[in-house]
Ligand binder design. Structure first.
Ligand code: SIN
Ligand code: CO
Length: 370
């Protein structure tokens, strides 16, 4: 299915993106759910997917983590099932993310889907990411508060971090095809009116702490020779116990020089940002294809499909996929990014065939079975 999203992106980015929450009514006209609650329940029985059931019966919060073997004993209401990264496993659900691919793709995390019964929700909380919550079947009442660093958060259950009561700036019901956009840091609470499905398209960036730690690991692995602090212009200091401001500055410069080195920083970031945040449906070819055989299969008309939601980015004239560099010309890379399905005619030159052979053997692309 092709989802058509009616958003004025210029207006949205200028007025709302990472600034304030908003409800976009009927952003999807005549919305059709890409998945059924039964299918979602089936996915939550698989080990590779992260799932949880949150209950709030009689004001008591509880959370259980999947994979689930059954759904007995849950009762009629006040429970919801939440499944992360459904786009990685369910092709139809993945199509719902397509219209959001105009936002820088390296910031996209996943599509989380929740099925909720009457009165269910995960409680008032604050997320560390920006999210478009698309309402599917049913209705939900959302209360969103203003951003405020002083809110107190507390564990309503060991797996549920809630936030103290806040004054809503949005308090509305949404129905199929409506979107609630919530920037990082705004407290929110969604309570299902009856049975409902919600689709959360999440965008996540990394903290400076995570970036520094990731870059440090890369530098340790990729720069075998240490770079030492040196000060050949040293004059005897009046107080040898004191570290002088110029010395601190030189130390900072020593570190910043590494970060500013594009050979290091760009290569690290391309690899780092394409490492999957959730398990992917990657099955390496077994046995691995040989080049001749690979070319024959392609020539016979077989299509190559990219693993749903595998992370792929471009930095200058280099591309990265799933934590690895792809050594191909940019024209080919553009094609690999833009289309999920490839044919022989698009891959004929020797270099491309060899690289694709490696990527297919790794399981990043696979042959259509039909
Ligand atoms: C839900 O879909 O139940 C929770 C989504 C959220 O508040 O982040
Ligand atoms: Co949330």
């Amino acid at each position: 299915m092709k989802y058509k999203l009616a958003i004025d992106w210029d207006d949205f980015l200028t007025n709302y993106w990472q600034k304030k929450p908003v409800i976009l009514r009927k952003a999807f006209a005549e919305f059709i759910d890409p998945i059924t609650p039964d299918e979602l329940a089936g996915l939550a029985m698989e080990e590779e997917l992260d799932s949880r059931i949150v209950t709030n019966k009689n004001g008591k919060w509880d959370a259980k983590f999947g994979p689930f073997t059954h759904y007995n004993d849950l009762g009629e209401d006040h429970w919801s099932l939440l499944v992360q990264a459904v786009d990685h496993w369910h092709e139809q659900a993945a199509t719902l993310v397509e219209p959001f691919k105009c936002i820088p793709h390296w910031q996209f995390e996943d599509l989380m889907i929740s099925y909720a019964t009457k009165g269910a929700g995960v409680g008032p909380h604050i997320d560390n990411y920006d999210v478009f919550i698309i309402q599917g079947m049913g209705r939900r009442r959302w209360q969103v508060g203003d951003r405020n660093p002083n809110y107190k958060q507390f564990s309503a259950h060991k797996a549920l971090l809630h936030v103290e009561a806040y004054q809503p700036i949005i308090d509305e019901e949404i129905t199929a095809g409506d979107i609630l956009y919530i920037p990082i840091g705004f407290p929110h609470n969604g309570v299902s009116i009856g049975e409902s499905l919600s689709y959360s398209v999440g965008f996540r960036t990394q903290t400076s702490q995570e970036l520094l730690s990731g870059f440090a690991d890369y530098v340790i692995d990729n720069l075998p020779n240490g770079i030492f602090y040196q000060d050949p212009d040293l004059k005897l200091p009046s107080d040898p116990y004191r570290i002088e401001p110029y010395e601190l500055e030189k130390l900072q410069g020593q570190m910043i020089d590494l970060i500013k080195n594009p050979d290091l920083f760009n290569d690290w970031f391309g690899k780092h940002i394409t490492i999957p945040m959730h398990d992917l449906n990657i099955i390496p070819a077994d046995p691995a294809y040989e080049l001749d055989e690979f070319e024959e299969i392609l020539k016979s008309g077989a299509e190559l499909h990219r693993v749903p939601s595998i992370r792929i980015v471009k930095i200058e004239d280099t591309a990265y996929i799933n934590g690895e560099k792809i050594p191909l010309p940019m024209e080919t890379i553009d094609r690999l990014c833009e289309t999920d399905v490839l044919h022989y005619e698009q891959l004929q030159d020797e270099q491309t065939l060899n690289v694709m052979l490696k990527l297919v053997n790794l399981g990043y692309w696979y042959f259509d079975e039909e």
